[in-house]
Design a protein around this ligand. Structure first.
Ligand code: GLU
Length: 264
C-alpha cells in the first residue's frame, strides 16, 4: 500500500522575493521540509506556481504580444527555471523529483482522469516527488484552472491525500478583527470575512483558497492554509501545532462523491 500522501501547494509570492526573483533560500527550506516528511514515510506532491513570475525576471516579451501570448512566453521561459531550481535543491538532499504539467482537460473525463491518476501514482511508487503546475504555455485561456489552488484541490482528491497544505503569504484566514480563524467547517465560517481580492502575482485569492480547502476537506483531506514564509511551517502543522487555518475533514467518501466533484 502507498504511504500517506501530502499535497503541498506553493504560491508564487511564497517563492519569489521582493525583487520578483525566485527565492532560492525559501525553496531550499521547503525542500528540506519535504525531506523530513519523506523520512517519516510520507509521499509528497508539490503543486507549485511561479512559472510566469520566474519568466518575468528573465525576459521582456515583445510589447506587441497579446496578453495570452505574453503569458505563454513568460511561462515557457519561467517553467524551466522553476523546475531547475526545485531539481537542484532536491538533488542536494538526495531526492529525485519529476515535472508534471497539466491542463484542466486532464480532469475532464474518466479516461483523462484515470490517466493522470495513474501517472501520479507511478511517480509516487517510484519514490519521486511530483512537481505539478498548470501547463500555462498551451492551456487555453477559457479552459484554465481558476488558479493553482483549484489544481491542488483536484490533485489532493485524486490521490486521496491525507493532507493538503496551501502555502500563502498571510498567516491564515482572518476574521473582521484580523484574528486567524483556527478551524473552518463550513462556508459561513469564513464567507463574510473573505473578499475575492487577488495577490500581486498569483491568480488565486483567499476566497478561492477557502473554496478549494473546504471542498478537499469535504472529501476527506484535512486541509491547512498557512504562511509559507514561516520557519518549518509544514512540519509544524504536521506536528499538530496550531498555526494557520485548518479545514476539518469530513468522513472519507471519495469514491461515492467522485462524479459529483467533477461536475462542479
Ligand atoms: N500556473 C501559474 C504559474 O506558474 C500560476 C497560477 C496561480 O497563480 O495560481 O505562474
Amino acid at each position: 500500500m502507498l504511504n500517506k500522501i501530502i499535497v503541498i501547494k506553493i504560491g508564487t509570492n511564497v517563492i519569489t522575493n521582493d525583487k520578483c526573483l525566485l527565492d532560492e533560500l525559501v525553496i531550499s527550506k521547503l525542500a528540506a521540509q519535504v525531506a523530513v516528511l519523506k523520512k517519516h514515510a510520507y509521499a509528497v506532491i508539490l503543486v507549485t506556481s511561479g512559472a510566469v513570475g520566474a519568466g518575468r525576471s528573465l525576459v521582456k516579451p515583445n510589447v506587441k504580444l497579446s496578453k495570452v501570448e505574453t503569458r505563454q512566453v513568460l511561462a515557457a521561459v519561467g517553467q524551466i527555471k522553476l523546475a531547475n531550481t526545485y531539481l537542484s535543491r532536491f538533488h542536494r538532499l538526495g531526492i529525485s523529483c519529476a515535472q508534471v504539467l497539466t491542463c484542466k482537460e486532464d480532469f475532464r473525463d474518466k479516461q483523462h482522469y484515470l490517466n493522470m491518476k495513474g501517472c501520479l501514482s507511478a511517480l509516487l511508487k517510484s519514490d519521486l516527488v511530483p512537481i505539478v503546475n498548470e501547463n500555462d504555455v498551451v492551456a487555453v485561456e477559457e479552459l484554465m484552472f481558476t488558479d493553482n489552488d483549484e489544481l491542488a484541490g483536484l490533485v489532493a482528491v485524486m490521490v486521496k491525500a491525507d493532507r493538503l497544505i496551501i502555502l500563502t503569504t498571510v498567516d491564515g484566514v482572518k476574521d473582521d478583527r484580523g484574528r486567524i480563524i483556527a478551524v473552518i467547517k463550513k462556508r459561513s465560517d469564513y464567507q463574510r470575512f473573505v473578499t475575492s481580492e487577488k495577490s500581486s502575482f498569483g491568480r488565486g485569492g483567499m476566497s478561492a483558497k477557502c473554496a478549494t480547502a473546504l471542498r478537499s476537506a469535504k472529501f476527506g483531506t484535512k486541509t491547512h492554509i498557512i504562511n509559507g514564509k514561516i520557519s518549518n511551517g509544514i512540519l509544524k502543522v504536521m506536528a499538530g501545532e496550531k498555526i494557520g487555518t485548518t479545514f476539518a475533514p469530513l468522513k472519507k467518501k471519495y469514491e461515492k462523491n467522485y462524479r459529483h466533484y467533477r461536475r462542479r
